[in-house]
Design a protein around this ligand. Structure first.
Ligand SMILES: Cc1cc2nc3c(=O)[nH]c(=O)nc-3n(C[C@H](O)[C@H](O)[C@H](O)COP(=O)(O)OP(=O)(O)OC[C@H]3O[C@@H](n4cnc5c(N)ncnc54)[C@H](O)[C@@H]3O)c2cc1C
Length: 469
């Protein structure tokens, strides 16, 4: 074949890109194409921060391609129609793309003629990790055991030195709006993804070796912060998993080894939730668990707004929500605590929170986000038991012992003494005055009493279970 299209979707990288490698093998010329899909861009599940991260990533990819004698062709419209047009203009005989597994992607891809899908999104794609009877796993631990027993990924491929020049093909410029605000600490692109991975795993005292101890501490940068890059494929799953396996093999001691093994497990959680969404697409609309479909949610719009705006009066929840609004990212422990508060303390439908996270997170990913929300709601696969309700004060004290995280995102608590920082409403009046943080004036009183709310949530869950028992 003379020419093929390399259709880029969520694989914005040149290194270890199996679709690009297959395209280079198949033809003399490769046309790299990205189609801005108005249906996705207009979706209520997509927000400007993730779009800005995508557009910046496309600009970097274009510049990386130009260094290799090629360039990005950008189109906007229905992907099937746009690809057919580019194929006709270039005489391309096939379209190669990395396989994606969301319901939307599968439906979209089924309408694209001459499309050949190539692996790469996951190390072990849906269908390859199954129980002995052939059915998919619905619990993480046995899934991960089987996953680890499969052949491990081979060495990652380097970026090609040259991508044979595409003939002149009309392209839109990559839009420069929305732009990533400078406060968003995630420069886009493959080079940054590689830098972060290297910083996380390199050396005997690499952060990955402390991960088992630090990953739940919201006040420390103990995690890799690679999720936006994995989401858009600026780094491949195989590169991340290979780095985890190398770190395990090179661990200087047992504690370090545990750190790297724990990190590998998180990468496997990512794969697990992609499998769950693939096999059980109804989770996007409904509880995974049939016996928890009908919870009597309160769905109060003003409580939701207080949660969204970081004004609940519970510092760990409010800090988490402000971190999200200001940076497009949130620490995993904070995600669990904030989600639990919305669902259990406010008794608001987890789908409201899931949608807001999708709109706001730079790493917003249907599979991982849905998995995280359903886990927290107790409605999902490995659901936390429904009667486990995070205590926002205890979670704050445990995972932010000095209050550094809450003070960082809630400057109004800056001078609140440590013993009150996770429950500032308990400050006596004179302490409030001295700290310059008067409850009700500078920082809200709790919008709900946790002990009361916990009982209300347990009642609602018990009622749902009884009704469907
Ligand atoms: C309510 C809720 C919503 C979430 N929404 C998303 C989301 O939209 N997108 C997303 O990528 N992650 C989501 N997560 C999972 C997790 O919080 C983030 O992946 C993690 O915080 C990203 O930070 P990191 O890159 O430093 O992770 P690390 O701790 O360094 O982990 C490495 C990678 O493993 C994957 N990973 C880690 N934990 C999980 C997990 N529990 N589930 C699935 N993958 C995981 C991510 O790709 C991550 O980058 C959600 C979790 C919860 C509880």
């Amino acid at each position: 074949m003379k020419t093929v299209l390399w259709w880029i979707r969520r694989d914005l990288r040149l290194a270890d890109n199996q679709a690009l490698a297959a395209a280079l093998n198949a033809a003399e010329r490769v046309v790299p194409v990205f189609v801005l899909d108005p249906a996705l861009l207009a979706s209520e599940r997509v927000g400007p921060l993730r779009v800005a991260f995508l557009l910046e990533g496309l600009r970097r990819l274009d510049s990386d391609l130009r260094q290799r004698g090629s360039r990005l062709v950008l189109r906007r419209g229905d992907p099937a129609a746009e690809l057919s047009a580019v194929a006709a203009e270039t005489g391309a005989g096939a379209i190669l793309a990395e396989e994606d597994f969301t319901p939307y992607a599968r439906q979209r891809d089924s309408r694209v003629p001459s499309l050949q899908l190539v692996g790469g999104r996951l190390v072990h794609p849906p269908g390859s990790v199954r129980k002995a009877d052939g059915t998919p796993y619905v619990v993480y631990t046995p899934f991960s055991r089987t996953w680890k027993g499969l052949p491990q990924p081979g060495a990652a491929m380097p970026a090609p030195a040259h991508v044979p020049t595409a003939p002149q093909v009309a392209s839109l410029p990559v839009p420069d709006q929305p732009e990533r605000p400078p406060a968003i600490p995630f420069p886009s692109g493959e080079t940054e993804a590689q830098r972060r991975l290297a910083a996380f795993v390199t050396g005997d005292d690499a952060p990955v070796y402390r991960y088992a101890q630090t990953r739940d501490r919201v006040d420390l940068d103990g995690t890799s912060q690679l999720s936006p890059y994995l989401h858009l494929g600026m780094i491949s799953s195989r590169q991340a998993v290979a780095a985890a396996l190398d770190a395990i093999a090179a661990a200087p001691n047992a504690a370090a080894r545990e750190g790297a093994e724990t990190w590998l497990n998180e990468l496997i959680w990512r794969e697990f939730y992609v499998h769950i969404l693939y096999h059980f697409p109804h989770v996007l609309e409904q509880s995974f668990r049939a016996n928890l479909q009908e919870i009597r949610w309160q769905d109060d719009a003003s409580s939701f707004a207080a949660w969204r705006d970081g004004c609940t009066g519970y510092p760990i929840v409010d800090a988490a929500m402000r971190q999200l609004a200001q940076t497009g990212w949130m620490h995993n422990r904070a995600r669990m605590v904030a989600a639990s508060f919305l669902i259990k303390d406010l008794l608001i439908d987890w789908r409201w929170g899931e949608r807001y996270f999708m709109q706001t997170l730079i790493d917003g990913d249907s599979a991982a986000n849905n998995g995280g929300w359903q886990w927290t709601a107790g409605t999902g696969t490995d659901a936390a038991p429904y009667f486990r309700v995070f205590h926002p004060v205890a979670q704050g004290r445990k995972h932010d012992p000095q209050g550094t995280y809450v003070r960082r995102w809630l400057p109004e608590l800056g001078r609140v003494p440590e013993r009150f920082v996770h429950q500032p409403w308990k400050m006596p009046d004179d302490v409030q005055q001295a700290a310059g943080c008067v409850i009700g004036r500078d920082y809200p009183a709790p919008i709900v009493d946790h002990a009361w709310a916990r009982e209300r949530a347990l009642d609602a869950y018990r009622h749902a279970r009884r009704n469907l028992a």
